[in-house]
Design a protein around this ligand. Structure first.
Ligand SMILES: [Mg+2]
Length: 263
């Protein structure tokens, strides 16, 4: 082999080394990506991550109407409701509601109003749902009505705190619930049992309200309140149907509820 050929071969040999290393790094890179995709797939099937995202979607009302908690999320919802996060989320909602309430210039004419829903807002039906699979079973109206009649639902502590703060600030408080007129006595008994008092009026569904969507029924009642000369500054509820429609409050405060949906 003459010197000229050696000069040509040396760069070719070096190139083959570099090329080999490049190929190796490309293969490694593909392997690494493949590993990370596998990781993503693994996380995607993880119930905890899925159910956390599901909870976000239903709280944001992105899912629209839904009927029951997915079975795979039963444990997640149970943990959410009983493990401290529900309490924490509710407390922070109440903090923002109190902060807003303090910015309102409440007049002495008693016309500054706040509207509260009752179930999963002022009262917690968690003892009932604990015995009924946290909303992962279809709603059973008969057993829920028996629970309502027992009048022993505890207060949602964050909402009781907000309620009492609003009374101190001289807001006039209206209770607006999807419960029916035949539940008036048990509802009042339960509210007093849970530590609430001093509301202006309790609205329940009367005969002419039966069959109406909650959004419509509640909007009509809010309009009634406004027609009586009140300004509804705040509205607290666990359902979007408590808060949307017409005659909406200046500020609406959505409480968490991953157990059921009311249109
Ligand atoms: Mg409610």
């Amino acid at each position: 082999m003459d010197f000229g050929r050696i000069l040509i071969l040396i760069p070719l040999i070096l190139l083959s080394f570099v090329s080999s290393n490049d190929s190796h790094s490309i293969i490694r890179m593909r392997t690494d990506l493949s590993d990370s995709y596998a990781g993503v797939r693994k996380i995607r099937v993880d119930d905890s991550l899925y159910c956390d995202s599901w909870r976000f979607v239903i709280e944001a009302n992105d899912a629209g109407k839904w009927s029951t908690v997915p079975k795979r999320c039963l444990e997640f919802v149970k943990e959410y409701m009983t493990g401290g996060r529900y309490t924490s989320d509710s407390e922070i909602v109440a903090d923002y509601a109190v902060a807003f309430a303090k910015t309102v210039n409440v007049s002495t004419n008693r016309k500054d109003a706040w509207v509260f829903d009752i179930d999963e807002t002022l009262l917690s039906n968690l003892p009932y749902y604990r015995d009924n699979e946290y909303g992962s079973e279809p709603f059973d109206e008969a057993s829920f009505d028996l629970w309502v009649d027992s009048s022993v639902a505890p207060a949602l502590p964050a909402s009781l705190r907000l309620y009492n703060e609003l009374r101190k600030l001289n807001f006039t408080i209206f209770l607006l619930t999807g419960r029916t007129e035949n539940q008036r006595t048990s509802t009042i008994e339960n509210m007093l049992f849970a530590g609430y008092s001093g509301w202006e009026k309790l609205f329940l569904r009367g005969a002419s309200d039966l069959g109406k969507l909650a959004t419509v029924y509640k909007s009509e009642k809010r309009r009634e309140i406004e027609s009586a000369g009140y300004t509804i500054h705040g509205n607290s509820g666990d359902q979007w149907s408590d808060l949307t429609g017409f005659a909406v409050a200046t500020r609406s405060f959505k409480l968490p509820n991953p157990m059921y949906y009311i249109a």
